[in-house]
Design a protein around this ligand. Structure first.
Ligand SMILES: Nc1ncnc2c1ncn2[C@@H]1O[C@H](COP(=O)(O)OP(=O)(O)OP(=O)(O)O)[C@@H](O)[C@H]1O
Length: 881
């Protein structure tokens, strides 16, 4: 036995009371102590190498249609995957050689505080059998969202020459994508009297933004030749986006377009002669929450012909700002309409449409009174063309259809078809507001990821999540150093803001060899060159575990300047060479960037050079659609990319479930030469399993898998020491853990058979937050959980049950009014819940946990109300009201 090996101790709460009901022979061991065989080498066990585990009669099969029904108890085994413990080792984890830090040397272990659990990473984990990988799913297919390679051109589609030359010369955009071809064909050739509204649906990264911006500018540009046109005309086009980040991004693209030359050279004229000069009155403005209203008002008074806004702030100005002139508005775009609905903006959008109609009717009536021209031109303005509305949405769910019914008149549906032999215009009528026939849902393509995207998943035991995440990031970063052209950025999705903050602070602060007082990176908010961070709250950090890499964080609880700084910093980071030679290698390295974020970054954000998207937490809302949006942050406009999903052994059914959600008709996919359409369909949306042990090896290196296991253990201990070092660190970890658990409970009822908090081993999950506390010892915030309410009807029996009970859905006992832990939501309640929007579910969960309290007659969020944030506490408060 190796002297340095510590005992692996699982306390009672991790010990099943009954034998597993799906193992013939339980090999579960409540380990109080065991001897480590010298031959017991991590990863090298044949049972690990083999895809088939003979010991288990019912191992967890992936993607083989696990029977639904009550969640089964986990099978846990005393894993043979234990690290061999070298006596002295030099860490290869950071570029700087680190002194040994092994479990045996862990000082915290010798004076283990009461309630602390130091368990090995590699014991008592469920065994997972990965399914064989079909060849077709590993084959990278032709891109489905790339610019077209046929003879389509912007000129050929009739786009204004000033715009086409600007796209070509200044933006390097030479050919349209399929959705751009379809929308330009549909809009540019409409007569003024026959302006149809549009419903645009297309893959992520297929250039939807230009598909609505180009027609708008094309339409407004000719007004420049009218002598009386200037900014005082007011706002002629409004683009509504669900988040501030997305609004800002659209505004930036718009600004780039509006910087085009306003005079074209006349090819027929003699050299040097130019065409007529247009005035530069077409300017754009951005209205989002977080900015000051007074500043907005001053800009509106000057006139903003094209406006990008978030819904709340836009409605606010429509209702309260007199100088906001919108009577002549000709375009309204509702981008990411399904997201707008999910965030509860239905009433706000209705209000916006009503306000626009009302102001137009008032102005028209006033103009008619003083009419001197007759006909459609009244008061010098052509009131004939009606306002045209464009609605972009990935899906056409019931709520989006209802919105389309109110907002769109006689709409055309535009789909980006990657198949180049498809007709140039793919526009079909869908129901109008006056047409009561049901919408042909099948006419809307399934929302599938780009075909060139490589989708992978890892089934990772809960305890190993944190170290596997780090290993994966390191592995991707190493790849990126070899092939920087494929991108130098990684996006990592977490379920809640507290989890983002914890992981960001952990990587920022922890290091392998750290004195108690020492912080790896101080909270100065400065980058390594000493530049002050643009926001007071730091959003960028460096980590001792990820050399040459800047880590950003982004979530809805950060103030607007910090959010903007994070998006900007991450987007701007180019694949430039680091000026700092690394100690272990004199060669210069590519600078890398990672962003830790919530779903706030999942929709519409176009961040260049993203080579990988990692879903550390699977989406708690939006199901397969949200999954496709998230993975769509990479593999944009024909480029490659990879997507990784972390799946817990208890959640393996998710893989089949999400594949089913994204597959459907893949008729939009381009086939590779020689590959049948059926083959392409079969592999559409397929996720390929990858063994997490391989990731540990490639991420942590070493000469054997045993070395990698040891490094994983060392790193886990370093993380745990960081958490123990300071109360504020423990608080961050505990808050992250608790918020994660609560976010987990917000999975909708039709996902509960996959994601139910009852299935989770909370002790193992706590380890993934580097916590040594037994879960029952983790302090809840004062107002949280059923324990803060009246006496529970059914008191949990064990520590483990108590720990889980904190996060189980709460049901109201009608007779007594007492809160009780509901072991399983009633069918009626499940059915009722199925109809709830995510906003309602979030609110419900938060209410149940006492997070919303009454203040001044309003329900407001308590201290932790921001933790599910996708849109900021103000959004939740608005929802709650
Ligand atoms: N025709 C084109 N040729 C080359 N690049 C293009 C073209 N059109 C757009 N792009 C670029 O493609 C990127 C993605 O565009 P955009 O953000 O509009 O995609 P999207 O379809 O809206 O994606 P998402 O659904 O994720 O919001 C942008 O960087 C844009 O500049």
């Amino acid at each position: 036995m190796d002297d340095e090996f510590i005992l692996n101790i699982d306390l009672d709460y991790t010990k099943p009371k009954k034998k597993s009901n799906y193992a013939t022979k339980s090999v579960e061991t409540s380990v109080t102590a065991f001897s480590l065989s010298a031959a017991c080498s991590f990863f090298s066990s044949p049972s690990v190498a083999s895809p088939v585990r003979q010991k288990q009669s019912r191992p967890l099969h992936i993607g083989q249609g696990e029977p639904s029904g009550p969640p089964r108890k986990r099978q846990r085994v005393l894993s043979t995957l234990k690290p061999k413990i070298p006596k002295v080792r030099t860490s290869a984890i950071s570029d700087t050689p680190q002194p040994e830090a092994s479990e045996g040397q862990d000082s915290a272990q010798t004076s283990k505080p009461a309630g602390h659990v130091i368990s090995s990473l590699f014991t008592s984990n469920p065994v997972v059998e990965l399914p064989p990988v079909p060849m077709a799913s590993t084959k990278i297919q032709a891109p489905s969202n790339a610019p077209l390679r046929d003879d389509s051109t912007f000129e050929g589609l009739g786009l204004n020459p000033l715009l086409t030359s600007h796209l070509r010369d200044k933006m390097n955009i030479l050919k349209p994508t399929a959705v751009q071809r379809a929308s330009l064909s549909a809009i540019l050739h409409q007569s003024q009297s026959d302006r149809r509204d549009l419903f645009i649906q297309s893959q992520t990264g297929s250039g939807k933004t230009l598909s609505f911006l180009l027609p708008i500018i094309h339409d407004l540009l000719p007004l420049s030749s009218l002598s009386y046109i200037d900014r005082s005309i007011g706002t002629l086009a409004i683009i509504v986006a669900p988040t501030r980040e997305l609004a800002q991004q659209i505004s930036e693209v718009l600004n780039t377009l509006l910087q085009m030359r306003l005079r074209e050279s006349d090819p027929d004229a003699s050299d040097g002669d130019l065409g007529p000069r247009l005035t530069r009155w077409l300017v754009s403005g951005l209205l989002v929450g977080g900015g000051t209203r007074t500043h907005d008002k001053a800009r509106l008074r000057k006139g903003l012909p094209i406006l990008v806004a978030t819904p709340g702030r836009l409605l606010d100005h429509l209702q309260n700002t007199e100088s906001f002139k919108v009577a002549k508005c000709r375009w309204l775009v509702l981008d990411e309409a399904d997201r707008l609905m999910e965030l509860g903006f239905r009433e706000t959008l209705d209000g916006i449409i009503k306000a626009l109609d009302g102001r137009r009717n008032l102005a028209l009536a006033a103009a008619k009174n003083g009419d001197t021209f007759g006909g459609e031109v009244i008061g010098g303005w052509n009131w004939g063309p009606r306002r045209q509305t464009i609605l972009c949405s990935a899906t056409i769910r019931e709520d989006v259809q209802k919105l389309a019914g109110t907002a769109l008149h006689n709409p055309l549906i535009i789909k980006g078809i990657a198949n180049e032999s498809a007709p140039p215009v793919t526009a079909r009528a869908i129901r109008s507001s006056t047409d009561n026939s049901s919408a042909p849902e099948e006419s809307i393509a399934n929302f599938i990821p780009p075909s060139q995207l490589s989708q992978k998943y890892l089934v990772v035991p809960l305890k190993l999540r944190l170290v596997t995440l780090l290993a994966l990031l390191r592995a991707i970063l190493t790849q990126a150093q070899r092939s920087p052209a494929s991108g130098n950025k990684i996006i990592v999705f977490f379920s809640c803001t507290d989890s983002v903050d914890f992981h960001w602070e952990l990587l920022r602060g922890a290091a392998m060899d750290q004195d108690d007082e020492e912080e790896s990176h101080q909270s100065s908010g400065e980058d390594e060159k000493g530049h002050a961070a643009p926001a007071k709250i730091p959003v960028l950090a460096r980590s001792a575990f990820l050399p040459n890499t800047t880590i950003f964080r982004l979530h809805g609880s950060l103030p607007l300047p910090a959010r903007q700084a994070a998006v900007k910093g991450f987007s701007m980071a180019s694949a430039s060479k680091s000026t700092k030679p690394t100690p272990s290698n004199s060669k210069t390295k590519i600078e890398m960037s990672i962003i830790f974020c919530t779903s706030v970054a999942s929709r519409g954000l176009d961040l260049p050079l993203v080579r990988a998207v990692v879903q550390y937490d699977l989406p708690t809302e939006g199901g397969a659609t949200e999954y496709v949006h998230r993975v769509g942050r990479t593999a944009r406009v024909g480029k490659g990319g990879e997507a990784w999903a972390f799946v817990a052994p208890e959640e393996v059914e998710w893989v089949k479930w999400v594949e089913g959600g994204v597959q459907g008709e893949s008729s939009t996919k381009g086939d590779e030469p020689g590959e049948s359409t059926a083959g392409a369909k079969a592999s559409a949306g397929k996720l390929v399993p990858v063994d997490y042990e391989k990731i540990l090896l490639s991420g942590f290196g070493g000469s054997s898998k045993g070395d990698a296991g040891q490094r994983a253990t060392d790193i886990q201990l370093a993380f745990e020491r960081w958490v123990l070092r300071d109360k504020s660190h423990s608080a961050l970890a505990q808050k992250g853990f608790q918020s994660h658990m609560r976010a987990y409970t917000t999975h909708p009822s039709d996902e509960k058979h996959i994601f139910h908090v009852r299935n989770l081993h909370v002790g193992h999950l706590a380890k993934a937050f580097a916590l040594r506390d037994a879960p029952s010892n983790i302090k809840s915030a004062p107002s949280q959980g059923p324990s803060s309410g009246p006496k529970q009807a059914a008191a949990p029996q064990t520590d483990r049950m108590k720990a889980k009970a904190k996060y189980l859905p709460i049901s109201r006992n009608d007779a007594t009014g007492a809160n009780s832990v509901s072991p399983r939501p009633s069918k009626a309640k499940e059915r009722a819940k199925r109809k709830l929007t995510v906003a309602e579910r979030m609110q419900e969960v938060m209410k149940a946990q006492g997070k919303l309290t009454k203040k001044d007659g309003h329900i407001v969020s308590g201290g932790g109300a921001h933790e599910f944030q996708v849109a900021g506490t103000d959004a939740l408060e608005r929802l709650a009201r």
